[in-house]
Write a protein that binds this ligand. Structure first.
Ligand code: ATP
Ligand code: MG
Length: 590
């Protein structure tokens, strides 16, 4: 069932997505939902086998967990609200008894419950479980085919330990297994420090397939010692340009609402300014907390760092962060605020009449803003700023942390002589030391050596199987189509009789096909009654690593052998061609 398309599908933006559709590997059913056609399913199965071998080799046991999750479990872990309300990505429904159910986007809750019911003593630990299964996520922006879909295949593993050291040991083993998996799949990946979400502290690494179309921005040091997702990356900011000495004073700053305008009208450098972002943190219980975040004028806010900090600070989980706008103020009956001239000391009085907001700001400041001795900042009055101000003058004491985005060109923290470079990546895997977050929340415990009840130490480890399959194309293609790494190619060789109506070509093709099959080679015979040109084009498009063409030279027992990635072709005696193929395939099997 090889059905290829001649034209590039209009709704596919990136090459790998276009090629998978054109090659008949996948078909879209609705937004973010795809059918894996027979060729694609072979790829998925080959990737799955490699993953299974590597997981089994480190003692991980394969299971299959349910996809219908009762809401109670997710309420117990505190994730139900965040995953179902607002921008939450969990599909959820009510069953005939009116009980709420979620479709599994990830399985920490379910697996923790099961472990807690089956493991009672330290003597049963450690245990690692994994599964390869469809996950459901109602992504806000499903796109790029299998890269960000709403139904996709994931390998997820979970480990349970009696102590942190044991967890770290498994995490390192997983790290090595992941490297082997990606390299066996023929992918070039980098491991980067990743954000560990609201959990904080624990280690987390992502594996990125480097590709220009990647959604993630990666920052790396030239010496290769540091690599991180921008969400997580740290750096040394450039030195600020000190303000000259001066007495604190007001500046008239009409139409200078932006840092750029303020700088050019007053001869300032952006690093001499403290800018203030007014935002609203929306908590799980619906409470809305106004925030004032001070940043150095030349720096940008990293929302992930802010979210993590707030999650540690607020009693209830955070579900959203939004900028405070005049519209929001109107809805609260709070009048007009001096946007463009807000200072870190904007008065709490402004919140007094708020209807549903808390009536005190939480004031936060990035370290680089706090380190400024004197600076320029808003005067809390429209079209007015203050210059030569100190934090002591303002009389506020914001909570300080690293809230800024690391940027390419920033100096590296481990060696300020080096500058961070940027590249793009596709996240294909993520490993994570969870610690006791879920075992505590779900009251999952075992009896330790001292006879005391203790919560499990846990790790979780994911691979996006379907995303990985597409990422392989992003890294391996040319203008005529895909070029699968042989270990995950749907077939290792395609046999193309130029003219299937020619009895000699037909019989020789079938003979070779049978010979290869008997030797355990994954061979595909293109016995369609298409023109030779069409078949060659299709063979190039679907990217089978080796191609054998049986054409006119069949009469002199000669066939043409082509390697897809370099398109090198040789005319060989049939036996020689088969021998060469077998050698190439068997020596390169991983
Ligand atoms: P992302 O940041 O890309 O949304 P994530 O960090 O939410 O992914 P994890 O929960 O770490 O994803 O899931 C493990 C793996 O599953 C990811 O590394 C990725 O390869 C894959 N994955 C996650 N979401 C999707 C999706 N919508 N479509 C396809 N694969 C996905
Ligand atoms: Mg992830």
């Amino acid at each position: 069932m090889l059905v290829t398309l001649r034209d590039t599908p209009a709704d596919a933006e990136i090459t790998s997505h276009q090629m998978l559709l054109r090659g008949g590997f996948i078909r879209r059913v609705t937004a973010g939902v795809y059918a894996y056609m027979p060729l694609m399913w072979r790829v998925i199965q080959k990737i799955s086998s490699i993953i299974e071998e590597e997981m089994d080799s480190i003692g991980c046991l394969q299971t299959l967990l349910p996809q219908l999750h009762p809401s109670e479990l997710w309420k117990q872990s505190g994730r139900w609200q965040g995953y179902t309300a607002g921008e939450g990505i969990m599909f959820h429904l009510k069953d005939r008894q009116g009980r709420e159910i979620g479709l599994g986007p990830t399985h920490e809750e379910v697996v923790t419950k099961i472990a807690s019911e089956s493991i009672h003593s330290y003597k049963q630990l450690p245990v690692s479980l994994y599964q390869i299964q469809t996950k459901f996520r109602d992504e806000i922006r499903p796109r790029f085919g299998l890269m960000r879909s709403r139904e996709f295949i994931m390998k997820d593993a979970y480990s349970f330990h009696s102590n942190e050291k044991c967890l770290q040991g498994k995490y390192n083993e997983m790290n090595d297994a992941y490297k082997r998996i990606f390299s066996r799949c023929g992918l070039k990946t980098v491991a980067v420090d990743a954000d560990s979400g609201a959990i904080g502290g624990a280690s987390s690494q992502e594996f990125m397939v480097t590709a220009d179309s990647g959604e993630d921005l990666i920052l790396t040091s030239p010496d290769g010692k540091y690599a991180a997702n921008q969400e997580k990356a740290i750096s040394k900011a450039s030195e600020p340009l000190p303000l000259p000495e001066g007495k604190s004073c007001f500046l008239d700053t009409p139409s200078q609402g932006s840092i750029k305008e303020l700088c050019s009208a007053n001869g300032l450098d952006a690093s001499q300014i403290v800018k203030v972002l007014a935002m609203l943190a929306i908590k799980e219980d619906g409470q809305q907390q106004p925030l004032l975040i001070s940043l150095r004028g030349d720096q940008e806010l990293n929302e992930v760092k802010l979210t993590n900090f707030l999650s540690g600070l607020l009693e209830k989980p955070l579900i959203d962060l939004q900028p405070i706008t005049q519209e929001k103020l109107n809805a609260q009956g709070l009048g007009e605020w001096p946007f463009g001239s807000i200072g870190p000391d904007l008065s709490n009085e402004l919140l007094k009449k708020a209807k549903t907001w808390e009536n005190q700001f939480i004031r936060l400041a990035d370290k680089t803003a706090i380190e400024l001795k004197t600076f320029v900042c808003g005067a809390n009055e429209i079209d007015k700023h203050r210059a030569f101000i100190t934090w002591a003058d303002l009389g506020v004491h914001p909570k300080t942390s690293d809230f800024r985005k690391a940027k390419p060109g920033d100096r590296c923290s481990h060696d300020p002589r080096q500058k961070l470079k940027e590249s793009r990546g596709i996240e294909v895997g993520h490993i994570f030391q969870l610690g006791k977050k879920y075992s505590k929340a779900l009251d999952a415990s075992f009896t330790n050596e001292e006879g005391i009840n203790e919560n499990f130490w846990m790790g979780c480890y994911g691979i996006g199987v379907s995303r990985l399959a597409q990422a392989a194309i992003e890294q391996n293609h040319d203008s005529s189509g895909m070029s699968w790494p042989i270990s995950i190619a749907p077939f290792e060789v395609i046999i193309v009789p130029a003219n299937i109506q020619d009895p000699l070509q037909k019989s020789l093709s079938e003979l070779i096909y049978q010979k290869l099959k008997d030797q355990g080679v994954d061979a595909l015979l293109d016995d369609r009654k298409e023109r030779a040109g069409v078949k060659f084009k299709d063979a190039d498009l679907i990217g089978i690593p080796w191609r054998l063409v049986i054409g006119r030279d069949a009469s002199s027992d000669k066939v043409e052998l082509t390697k897809r990635d370099c398109k090198k072709t040789e005319l060989l005696k049939t036996d020689e061609a088969v021998k060469k193929l077998l050698e190439e395939i068997f020596t390169n099997r991983s």
